[in-house]
Design a binder for this molecule. Structure first.
Ligand code: SAJ
Length: 419
């Protein structure tokens, strides 16, 4: 069978699975998106998308129209299964692998000799061998011979998913050489980056460590911000100058770390290696404290009962994703100290109604997410609508425009100048 004639099922058509399915279809594979959510599947079958991701709507519409891609809520036979489901953490910080387990349960009845099963979801090291393989063994087939299995962690960044699916290097962690080679062959049809072969547990560890690297470095940037606030200097200036050094890359401070990856993945290591993950768990604590730190700054410049206009609610700029957003936590903190919070976010339907209404009578305006849409803000309008012209910028988006404008009280997170 020619590689391109393989039928692919992507299990879980969310933020990663849907674009992944789109790329397989565009490459020429017969592709099916499986999901338990009927609305998501119905939308796909109508050629529509339920998430915001540049150019995804065009490809989905085209692929569905050309009958290369469709959705289903019933699992069916295929040649390859790509599991792309969430791996959240429970309240107590332990990994919740139920969705992976459920996907394996769904695949089991249709699994046949010659199939390839690939886990794409970020998972604690050992999950492919100890969970996926163990579950698939229940089929009675020889796993590693009749059925090939690999972990190929997804490392695309929301906002650039389609581009990065093609250009990024890919790790292929097979449970054996045969599995790695088979999955590599599929990726070779569209991946332009390098394809690196390793074992499944190393692949899992690579992915978790990449995001942990970010988390620890962001924690360092946040600690620097707090130090600079005390020292009466600007962490943003320090960052700019220090990063001119060829081996330094200070990350960006801010009101916290969100999303479904960086704030979650380090917990997989903390759970498995509680004694060894001293730095990693401290970094998590530092980043988790940033919404609280930000609300403390806002508290200083407002009073009980004051209205706070929060601009941006997503976990990062220019996306519509609010999962694990630190701004939600920030808003809760502000409500706990009796501030009236109103949010505006042009990327999130529930908050995109009226900027004017959000700004009206606010005592503090908080730039919480540095969406591009906020870059050219109409500051005259802010002046007209607010009760007090106090701006708290958590991402250094407006410093150049506002720091020297005497009509505003401009406060920058990570900068001591406001004290
Ligand atoms: N953030 C900072 N300071 C920074 C960088 C990020 O505060 O210097 C915050 C962001 O505001 C956001 C969070 O961290 O709240 C995460 O944002 P991000 O853009 O760094 O990362 P994600 O979560 O969108 O995507 C990450 C990426 N991983 C790495 O860059 C190592 C992506 O490549 C992965 O595919 C993705 O996690 C994933 O799926 O695991």
């Amino acid at each position: 069978m020619d590689i391109i004639d393989k039928k692919i099922i992507v299990c879980g058509i969310g933020y990663i699975g849907l674009p992944t399915a789109a790329i397989y279809a565009k490459t020429g594979f017969e592709t099916v998106g499986y999901d338990v959510n009927e609305d998501t599947v119905n939308a796909l079958n109508e050629g529509k998308i339920t998430i915001e991701e540049p150019h995804l709507d065009e490809i989905i519409e085209e692929m569905v129209r050309k009958k290369k891609l469709r959705g289903t809520t019933t699992m069916e036979e295929a040649d390859c299964f790509f599991i792309s489901v969430p791996t959240p953490i429970n309240e107590d910080g332990t990994a919740n692998l139920r969705y992976i387990e459920k996907a394996c349960e769904e695949i089991l009845p249709v699994l046949k000799k010659g199939n390839i099963v690939v886990l794409e979801s970020t998972s604690p090291p050992g999950t492919t061998k100890n969970l996926v393989c163990k579950m698939l063994e229940k089929s009675g087939l020889n796993i590693g011979e009749d059925v090939l299995v690999a972990h190929t962690p997804e490392r695309v960044i929301p906002g650039k998913i389609l581009q990065e699916l093609i250009s990024n290097n890919r790790i292929v962690g097979g449970i054996n050489k045969k599995s790695s080679e088979a999955v590599k062959e599929i990726f070779e049809t569209f991946v332009k980056g390098k394809i690196i072969i390793t074992d499944s547990t190393t692949a899992e560890m690579c992915k978790v460590m990449e995001n942990t690297f970010r988390d620890v470095n962001i924690a360092l940037a946040n600690e620097m911000a707090i130090i600079c606030e005390k020292a009466g200097i600007s962490a943003w200036e320090v960052r700019e100058i220090a990063n001119l050094h060829p081996r330094v890359n200070l990350h960006i401070p801010g009101p916290g770390v969100g999303g479904h990856c960086i704030a979650i993945d380090p917990c997989f290591l903390v759970e498995k290696f509680p004694e060894e993950t001293k730095l990693i768990s401290l970094a998590r604590k530092i980043n988790n404290n940033m919404p609280h730190h930000t609300s403390k700054i806002i508290e200083k410049y407002s009073e009980k009962g004051d209205k706070i206009a929060v601009l941006g609610i997503t976990f990062k700029p220019n996306v519509d994703d609010i999962r694990e957003s630190p701004i939600i936590e920030l808003c809760k903190n502000l409500q706990d100290i009796d501030r009236k919070v109103q949010v505006y976010d042009p990327h999130v339907k529930a908050y995109s109604d009226s900027l004017d209404d959000t700004l009206k009578d606010a005592s503090v305006v908080v730039l919480a997410v540095n969406h591009d849409a906020f870059a050219d803000m109409d500051f005259e309008k802010i002046l007209k609508l607010v009760k007090k012209p106090v701006i708290i910028d958590t991402r250094d988006q407006w410093e150049e425009k506002l720091a020297k404008d005497s009509r505003f009280k401009y406060v920058l997170l990570g900068s001591g100048e406001y004290d």
